[in-house]
Ligand binder design. Structure first.
Ligand code: S3P
Length: 296
């Protein structure tokens, strides 16, 4: 019996909800990578200690006036359910001020836009769209990698702009995950600024780890260089891409820094964050953007 309780607590209090939770796009981004299994085991053992990290998380949530009822839930409820409740309340709190505007998630390849976007859409009761998927559909199911290969990046970028234009003109109440390069064309910002844009700012090292783990098949811009180990190759490519477009991400209405959330929640590493942690922070940053917009 005690063992069963211990196992259950293990399950609920583990801090290791990691990139596994980032299911990514159907075409295979953000899949789980095996070396984290070993790390997870280590962290789960360490987590036999009282679960400070989850308490920190709840601390943040209870500091929020509207989530104060969670304080009443006591020490034992350290379950992912807590996070979902906080997320839902945060979404409900922000929703009236968003006023039906759409949300555009921007960020480098592998930053979790699709996973976080789906969570945000669900919490708001909005519809989710993945821009790359729309482009693939508009080309009769041709994959992004094939579009790059057979038609070139220019055609892909045209299709990307068309998709953003359509989304911004025809839809409200949608959450859109954009491709990492959507930020480089000023015209795309014209469309995205019809809604609220949110930049998922993830350290390049974390992106490189994730990309090295899932491979670069679906990401043609990372294909070129095959020399060296996958992590170093990915980091080098990402650094070059970042130099060219880092500044463009800063056009977004709100910035969600994974490093900031990590230190705010007292976590060890950005890869310890759950997608829900990130979605909650995204709503908080949207809220502060809207406050500023309203001149508060
Ligand atoms: C790209 C990112 C990809 C995809 C295409 C180009 C980029 O999307 O749009 O391969 O230029 O950074 P993700 O950011 O979803 O991987």
């Amino acid at each position: 019996m005690e063992a069963a309780i211990a196992v259950q607590r293990f399950h609920y209090s583990s801090p290791c909800i990691d990139w596994r939770n980032f299911e990514g796009k159907p075409r295979g981004s953000l899949r789980y990578y095996s070396h984290r299994i070993k790390e997870n085991k280590r962290l789960i053992i360490a987590d036999l200690q009282p679960d400070k990290r989850r308490r920190d998380h709840r601390q943040r949530s209870v500091s929020d006036k509207n989530s104060s009822a969670l304080l009443e839930t006591g020490e034992l409820l350290h379950s992912p359910f807590d996070e979902e409740v906080v997320l839902k309340r945060k979404a409900e709190e922000v929703k009236p001020y968003i006023n039906g505007r759409s949300m555009y998630l921007v960020g480098m390849m592998g930053s979790g836009k699709t996973t976080v976007g789906k969570i945000m859409a669900k919490a708001l009761g909005y519809t989710f769209f993945d821009c790359d998927t729309l482009i693939e559909e508009s080309m009769n199911g041709t994959s992004v990698a094939e579009i790059f290969e057979h038609f070139g990046e220019g055609v892909f970028r045209e299709k990307e702009t068309e998709a953003l234009k359509k989304l911004s003109l025809m839809y409200h109440q949608v959450v859109v995950s954009t491709g990492g390069g959507a930020v480089i064309r000023p015209i795309n910002w014209k469309y995205m600024h019809k809604g609220i844009s949110i930049w998922l700012d993830v350290p390049l090292e974390a992106l490189a780890q994730r990309i090295a783990a899932v491979g670069t098949n679906s990401r043609p811009l990372l294909h070129d260089d095959k020399s060296g180990d996958p992590y170093t190759v990915a980091l080098n490519r990402l650094s070059t891409i970042w130099e060219a477009r880092g500044e463009a991400y800063a056009n977004a209405s709100a910035r969600v820094s994974l490093e900031n959330i990590t230190s705010k929640l007292g976590y060890r590493n950005v890869s310890d964050l759950t997608p829900i942690d990130i979605a909650i922070e995204a709503f908080e940053q949207v809220q502060s953007f809207l406050n500023k917009e309203d001149g508060f």
